[in-house]
Design a protein around this ligand. Structure first.
Ligand code: SF4
Length: 345
């Protein structure tokens, strides 16, 4: 039986959930041999998929369990560390029909069952009226698993096609339109949080795209106040690897709807980042972990941003800085980056 959340201090809430998640020890890499989800339509229901993996009671089933626990653990960790979900929240889960959003919904449903706090979930899908969009897929799926939902029908497809010249990249305008509609829908359904299915790799790609093409250091934060100032956006999969999500989605046989019904061309810059990171994942896995750690370990005084650090009139402080200075030397790479740099995962 759930404990009353009112009876628990915030730290106790966190440690209770940590304990439950810790009981499910995980190692995502053990699931490396599982196949990845494709954009082809799958027809089996989620419970059937679960059975399919459980049935042989062998290696494959075990690897699936490990993968599932890893995704749950990493999601729970991100939720706790960024205080994404609180008692009484109503979380609007944005369900596009892609592997990420199905995985997020399932994982949040699981955490809802075990968490020592109460929160609601409502799935929302935006039917953008792309030609060939299979309208019945998500309602059928959501009815089957018993999650409340709303389908919002809005023809952003025509707007994008009207506004942009043929051959222009459509995703940026499309997602801006989508964002506005989702913010409005969040208010209509009384949601206190909007959950998006972006994962660790999305965050890394965006970080690198901004650095290489936009001259700024920023990415998709796990939690932020939306640009309308009235919604809080959360990214519960912020610590989850894309490859794990794809494998999980394939195992669960979600009815995937591809996000290119609009005929949009692939985003070549993002694909280049993806290819580079995939290569590093194989050859330099510590680099990836260190990049994630670096995003959580920013030292403004050792960057060059005058708006973040007062370079013009700072005062001498008593004593030397604990890490010394780098006035005359460049930073040494830590000899054991696994111990010195990587702070999580
Ligand atoms: S692929 Fe099409 S539907 Fe998906 S974001 Fe881009 S323009 Fe929009």
């Amino acid at each position: 039986m759930k404990k009353s959340p009112e009876a628990l201090a915030p730290s106790e809430l966190t440690s209770e959930l940590t304990n439950q998640l810790a009981n499910e020890s995980a190692a995502a890499s053990a699931a490396a041999d599982l196949p990845e989800a494709s954009a082809s339509a799958h027809t089996a229901s989620a419970p059937a998929a679960r059975q399919r993996w459980a049935a042989p009671a062998g290696e494959t089933s075990r690897r699936f369990e490990i993968l599932e626990k890893s995704i749950r653990r990493q999601t729970g960790k991100a939720i706790m560390e960024f205080n994404m979900i609180e008692e009484g929240d109503k979380v609007m889960v944005c369900l596009s029909g892609g592997a990420d959003s199905y995985t997020m919904l399932d994982t949040l449903r699981y955490l809802q069952r075990i968490a020592p706090i109460n929160f609601e979930l409502i799935a929302v899908n935006l039917d953008q009226k792309q030609p060939g969009f299979p309208e019945d897929v998500l309602p059928t799926y959501l009815d089957k698993i018993g999650v409340p939902y709303r389908i919002v029908e809005q023809d952003t497809y025509s707007i994008v096609k009207d506004k942009l010249a043929p051959g222009k990249t459509t995703c940026s305008l499309c997602s801006r339109l989508r964002r506005g509609i989702l913010y409005r829908t969040a208010k209509e359904v009384g949601a206190t949080k909007i959950a998006l299915g972006h994962h660790r790799d999305d965050i890394l790609h965006t970080f690198m795209l901004n650095m290489f093409y936009a001259g700024t250091i920023k990415t998709m934060p796990p939690k932020l106040i939306a640009d309308d100032g009235q919604n809080i956006v959360i990214r519960p999969l912020a610590y989850c690897r894309e490859a794990d999500i794809k494998k999980y989605a394939a195992a669960m046989q979600y009815p995937i709807i591809p996000c290119n019904l609009c005929g949009s061309q692939p985003n070549l810059q993002r694909q280049a980042m993806r290819d580079m990171l995939n290569e590093w994942e194989k050859s330099k896995p510590l680099w990836i972990k260190s990049m994630i750690a670096a995003m959580q370990n920013v030292v403004p005084s050792h960057m060059m941003d005058r708006s973040l650090f007062n370079f013009t009139s700072f005062q001498m402080e008593a004593g030397a800085a604990p890490e010394g200075d780098t006035l005359f030397d460049t930073d040494e790479a830590p000899s054991l980056p696994g111990q010195n740099v990587i702070k999580f995962m």
